[in-house]
Design a binder for this molecule. Structure first.
Ligand SMILES: [Zn+2]
Length: 282
């Protein structure tokens, strides 16, 4: 029987595989990617409650000192927004010639449920990423420009992206940025117009499907987004190439994640006109 390694450490993320008897659902092996994120409060100098915090462009915004309640709220929402997109979305199916992940031992072949765990820590010790966070004093009057290493307290709210012709959907900043931490590029990063400038608008997607993906700025997933797990599994099994492992949806709920914020303005909805039978080529 093929064996596997339970724990693998990496500079990008750690990972762990646990048997069904300790898994939440008692059915699958759980394959968990673990991201340790050093989250650092940006606070005013000692004795002060307010200061001017620079954003990505160097523009200054009034900011407050963090307190315990606001920090717990921020980190809690951050984790929730990330997991609601990425956790328990995919199943990995072992290659046909792989004789492992049987449960009970020698028993039935099992698939692996892809899980994600976020560990927020307040030191740089062994962290995979570092994010500094500004607590804005007047969120409604600010357009603080964030980047992957610098957040503001409003980044843990879903924002509506107006695409075109009345179509809009919700953008989940933490889930998108975690996708980058897991090694994913933008949805259309291979696109012709994108190859010149990876930060250009074109990279987020050339059509609605790509745009609504979490890596296009929306909150939906594609089976291709299982890449971080498929990329890591050969390190646990010492067998097979990434391509030998197939991804499936863990649930129909996972397939529809991110769709709930999709809207088309009434005036842009086209009435249905049935085709004239004479024009249909049978
Ligand atoms: Zn991005």
């Amino acid at each position: 029987m093929d064996s596997h390694i339970e724990d693998v450490r990496g500079s990008d993320y750690d990972s762990a595989i646990r048997p069904p008897y300790v898994a939440e659902d008692r059915i699958h092996y759980e394959f968990t990617l673990i991201l340790r994120i050093f989250m650092e409060q940006l606070n005013p100098p000692a004795g002060k409650q307010i200061f001017q915090a620079p954003d990505h462009n160097g523009r200054l915004w009034p900011a407050l000192r963090w307190n315990r309640a606001s920090w717990l709220d921020f980190t809690g929402r951050y984790t929730e927004m990330v997991l609601k997109v990425w956790d328990k979305a995919f199943l990995l199916v072992p290659p046909a010639n792989f004789d492992g992940f049987l449960w009970p031992p020698g028993g039935k072949r099992r698939t692996l449920l892809c899980r994600l765990r976020i560990k927020i820590q307040d030191t740089a010790d062994k962290a995979h990423a570092r994010i500094r966070v500004v607590r804005l004093a007047s969120p409604s009057r600010s357009s603080f420009r964030s980047n992957s290493g610098l957040y503001d307290s409003e980044d843990v709210k879903l924002t509506r992206i107006r695409w075109k012709d009345g179509v809009s959907f919700l953008h989940n900043t933490p889930a998108h940025e975690v996708g980058h931490l897991l090694g994913l590029w933008h949805s259309n990063s291979g696109g012709e117009k994108c190859s010149e400038d990876q930060g250009s608008n074109e990279c987020y997607g050339s059509n609605l499907y790509e745009r609504m993906n979490v890596m296009g700025g929306g909150g939906m997933l594609d089976l291709e987004d299982s890449r971080p797990w498929r990329h890591r599994i050969p390190f646990h099994t010492n067998r097979g190439r990434m391509a030998d492992w197939k991804a499936e949806w863990a649930s129909s709920e996972a397939q529809l994640r991110g769709l709930e914020g999709f809207e088309v303005e009434e005036k842009y909805k086209q009435p249905y006109v049935p085709p004239k039978p004479g024009l249909i080529d049978l």
